[in-house]
Write a protein that binds this ligand. Structure first.
Ligand SMILES: Cc1cc2nc3c(=O)[nH]c(=O)nc-3n(C[C@H](O)[C@H](O)[C@H](O)COP(=O)(O)OP(=O)(O)OC[C@H]3O[C@@H](n4cnc5c(N)ncnc54)[C@H](O)[C@@H]3O)c2cc1C
Length: 535
């Protein structure tokens, strides 16, 4: 039995006091999503001094709004992007190994409604298995009609011929972000949420640091660093622009944001342990229906979107697409009235050229690392699954550009993330079950030891979990707890709104601050609101 290490407390006053110390960090990172947190962990694990500032909450941006798949990307295989798929398959198994409490294998079924689909998709998926090699999670299987129905009980039976079953992975994206933050902190990194980078600091044309502001107090800080990393997702061009202005060089925008919508519905619409993949919808897209934390998530879309809203909202055509395609494949199909939550994320797709009117479906899913003349390192694109490889790539670029001196080799391949080091029974839960204590892995006993461990606010969320979020997981607001420590906002926005008052009350006891509960209730209404149907 592994005895749990005492969890680190994340007292904000201490974090801010460290931010104010006059020192030069090796690495300063702007942005606390998958990309920035991955870089923070990689750099800290190599022994560099690291600071990371996040303007909102960790994973508040795109990194809490994914389809939650740890995947090689079957559709990139169809596009012939073998190297991308191979790297992602390798990273998939690394993540499942290092965060087994947050990521697990998941079987997928592609149903066939035409004679050619089973051999066509089946052979493609056999190639996927071959590419995975020893990192494979299970063999692709050809399914009869009855086995396909057994895997997906509510599947539309009319015209069903059979199916193909294959394996990929699934994870809890926001909790993985927190695990990265906390693992980096355990290696000495200083990470502060609700602290926005407000400007870059140049001296003689070289970037030497940044200015940032604690968004709770308005206090400003100046941070000096040998290397400044811009990991702000779809927002990277704002900082690149500032950097370019100082250098007197116009900067061509790098990112073409693309919006992706998901909706959550009750598990009754897909009472299965398998996910459904529709490889080719009526308009040539991909649709997933994935069991996740006791609900089913349906999505997604790929809609170019130039405005960079923090809370983008869906277009009515996107809702109609998801519900309409779901109705083609689910016998009892969800309607607008069945939607428990709708959320939207912005993909930071990288433009090959700044061409107007380009379809985002054709843009690169690979990541890009750029080093500006002043030394600003910008990283964007890629996907959650490959965050670790992206971080290694960023560090390599910093060494090549002479911003950092190579000290130690990358050390994250076998680094267990916080919560993931316990015995297999502690860390091998089913993410597809209801949310709950198992997501804490080997830290579960530490959560259970807090006041209110037996006081359940709802299934899967206890008073102790709220206290743990405040003490050890950087939570400041009711939204932080209900959207990203627990995932209730994404699963059932109405239930989350109903819990807001009590969660805010417990949080205020812990932090002594304002948990901004009314703002959360308004947000939850947004997650319930569907745009009117197009005429
Ligand atoms: C709909 C959708 C589905 C997806 N599904 C999957 C999937 O199933 N599997 C997968 O592997 N990938 C998936 N992805 C891709 C993956 O989610 C993204 O590649 C990844 O989350 C991007 O992380 P990021 O850190 O670059 O960006 P973000 O998560 O957006 O992080 C950037 C951060 O920078 C912060 N920031 C911005 N400006 C400042 C500033 N001035 N100061 C401080 N902080 C700042 C923001 O607040 C934000 O938190 C999906 C993406 C979308 C949109």
């Amino acid at each position: 039995m592994v005895s749990p290490a005492a969890p680190q407390l994340t007292l904000r006053a201490e974090l801010l006091a460290r931010l104010a110390e006059p020192r030069v960090f090796d690495v300063a990172i702007i942005g606390g999503g998958a990309t920035g947190l991955g870089v923070a962990l990689d750099a800290a694990a190599r022994g560099f001094s690291v600071v990371l500032v996040e303007s909102h909450d960790f994973a508040k941006g795109t990194s809490s709004r994914s389809t939650k798949l740890v995947h090689g990307g079957v559709r990139y295989l169809a596009q012939g992007n073998i190297s991308l798929v191979r790297e992602a398959l390798h990273e998939r198994s690394t993540l499942l190994r290092n965060a087994p409490h947050l990521a697990q294998p998941l079987p997928f079924v592609m149903p066939s409604y035409a004679w050619w689909q089973t051999p066509f998709y089946g052979l493609g998926l056999k190639a996927y298995d071959l590419l995975a090699g020893r990192a494979g999670l299970g063999p692709t299987e050809f399914l009869s009609r009855s086995r396909t129905q057994a895997c997906l009980p509510n599947l539309q039976p009319r015209g069903l011929q059979g199916g193909v079953k294959y394996w990929d992975g699934q994870f809890d994206d926001a909790r993985l972000a927190l695990a990265l933050a906390r693992t980096a902190a355990s290696r000495g990194a200083l990470l502060v949420n609700y602290c926005a980078a407000t400007g870059l600091l140049h001296e003689a044309g070289k970037l030497v640091g940044l200015r940032c502001e604690d968004r709770e107090s308005g206090q400003g800080y100046t941070l000096r660093a040998a290397c400044v990393i811009n990991a702000t997702g779809v927002w990277v061009d704002e900082l690149r622009q500032q950097d370019g202005e100082v250098l007197g060089r116009p900067v061509r925008p790098l990112v073409a944001p693309s919006q992706g919508v998901h909706i959550a519905v009750d598990r009754a619409f897909m009472p299965a342990e398998h996910a459904l993949l529709v490889p080719h919808t009526a308009d040539g897209r991909v649709l997933f229906a994935v069991p996740w934390l006791g609900k089913v998530i349906l999505g997604t879309t790929d809609t170019p979107r130039a405005d960079l809203a923090r809370e983008p909202r869906p277009f009515s055509q996107e809702i109609e697409f998801i519900l309409g395609e779901s109705a083609r494949y689910l016998y009892r199909a969800p309607t607008r009235a069945d939607v428990k939550s709708v959320w939207v994320g912005l993909r930071p797709l990288v433009k090959p050229r700044a061409e107007e009117g380009e379809h985002t479906q054709g843009l690169s899913r690979e990541h890009t690392v750029l080093v500006s003349r002043s030394g600003l390192v910008t990283v964007t694109g890629g996907k959650w699954t490959t965050y670790r490889a992206m971080a290694e790539d960023v560090l390599e670029r910093c060494f090549k550009a002479g911003l950092l001196v190579r000290a130690a080799a990358g050390a994250t391949t076998d680094l267990k993330l916080t919560g993931g080091a316990g015995s297999p029974d502690q860390v091998r839960p089913a993410i597809s079950a209801a949310p709950g204590i198992h997501l804490y892995g080997d830290e579960a006993p530490s959560v259970q030891a807090l006041p209110g461990a037996q006081r359940w606010l709802t299934e899967g969320l206890s008073e102790a979990m709220v206290r743990f979020a405040a003490r050890c997981e950087y939570a400041r607001t009711t939204e932080d707890v209900l959207a990203r420590r627990s995932r209730l906002l994404f699963l059932d926005a109405s239930l989350a709104a109903g819990l807001a008052e009590e969660v805010g009350r417990i949080l205020a006891q812990e932090t002594g601050g304002d948990p901004q509960t009314p703002a959360f209730r308004d947000l939850a209404q947004e997650y319930l609101h569907l745009p009117d149907q197009a005429a």
